[in-house]
Design a protein around this ligand. Sequence first.
Ligand SMILES: Cc1cc2nc3c(=O)[nH]c(=O)nc-3n(C[C@H](O)[C@H](O)[C@H](O)COP(=O)(O)OP(=O)(O)OC[C@H]3O[C@@H](n4cnc5c(N)ncnc54)[C@H](O)[C@@H]3O)c2cc1C
Length: 385
Amino acid sequence: MSFPKTAGVVIIGGGVMGASVAYHLAQKGSKNVVLLERDAFFGMESTAKCAGGIRYHFETEINIRLSLLSLAMLDRFEEELGQPIDLRKCGYLFVLTQEKDVHEFRKQMELQKSLGVKTEWLAGDDVRERLPLMSFPDALGGLWGPDDGLADPNGVVQGYIRGAKRSGAVCLTDVEVKSIRLTKGRVEGVQTSAGDISCEAVVNAAGAWAAEIGRMAGIEIPVVPSRRQVLVTTPIPELPADFPFVADFSKSLYFHREGRGLLSGMSNPSQPPGFDQSIDEDWELTHLEAAADRMPLLENAGIANHWAGLYEITPDSHPILGGVEEVAGFFCIAGFSGHGFMHGPGAGLLLAEEIMDGRARTLDISCLHLNRFKRGRLFKEYAVI
Ligand SMILES: Cc1cc2nc3c(=O)[nH]c(=O)nc-3n(C[C@H](O)[C@H](O)[C@H](O)COP(=O)(O)OP(=O)(O)OC[C@H]3O[C@@H](n4cnc5c(N)ncnc54)[C@H](O)[C@@H]3O)c2cc1C
């Protein structure tokens, strides 16, 4: 196939966000959708490196609504797209060891319930009883999400890319967008490593690189890259098949079953911003000690695999979703601040609606527009790890 010279919409980035937008645009009948990914495969950056956790538990109404929309789409995913995504509803338990977190999470729980989310408060002893393999002498309580769990990021990306192609979208790898052409404050086209494309709109779905894409159009996009590390252990025979996703909230430390072993991650609060994705061995040691403290069985397990990926962080931990007022035809779907995999399905649908119909209809996303930073309308999400 020859390289396209024109497009209606060019999507920059082929992670979960770009793939979801491409699918939803094409499926709604948008003609000439072109998705460009600079890597050799789709979804190899943050999306591939993520822990796969999906949950309803957030503090703000918009994040809870994004989960309600997206997790229902993941439930229907295999039927709709013919692609298995290894959906496992193993539950998700936030363990709280500080009074201030107990207070915040109890408050969140009321909002979650009022929006129809199934959620349960556990006392400290209930947490200890539910996690007999773990050591939480200091647990004051926990928030349990029985319908939360895990899904396979690669399956979601592949399903959306195939679905987008079936509906006529052109999705290309090995193509890097180098610059964006503007005329009189409007998007006119993109220059890429494979040639120029004229287009009416671009979608910035570049994840941790979203600020670079913004600069190409003279727009400041406050998305900062930050390294996060994950490790997977060798098999732990004692681990039950239904072991849940467990987050030790105050330590930003989490665990879930991965194959016959355990996957664990822990955010480094002193991590400087940057694109470095090498393993920080000192931090890995700190992480391992903290993890073994909570899960003593780790003393007998080896590390089977480990990697680092990038969070894409905004100042208020909410994504930037929607059209950008400074440049007509420039749309943004980025900055999901470490919980974007689970919101990719809904976010892609909502942005496709905004591009095609002028505004997102399924949910009001105006609070997520870029202009909130200029207007000082930031609102913080507490439940991020
Ligand atoms: C260790 C870790 C654990 C995580 N755990 C979870 C979790 O449990 N649950 C959850 O929901 N989320 C989790 N996340 C967050 C989640 O991975 C991200 O929020 C999500 O994947 C972001 O998707 P994206 O499509 O925006 O970004 P990406 O997947 O990074 O995709 C952006 C793409 O843009 C491409 N690109 C950039 N610049 C250009 C250019 N100039 N031209 C062409 N292409 C370009 C990149 O190559 C990349 O493929 C985790 C992240 C990490 C790092």
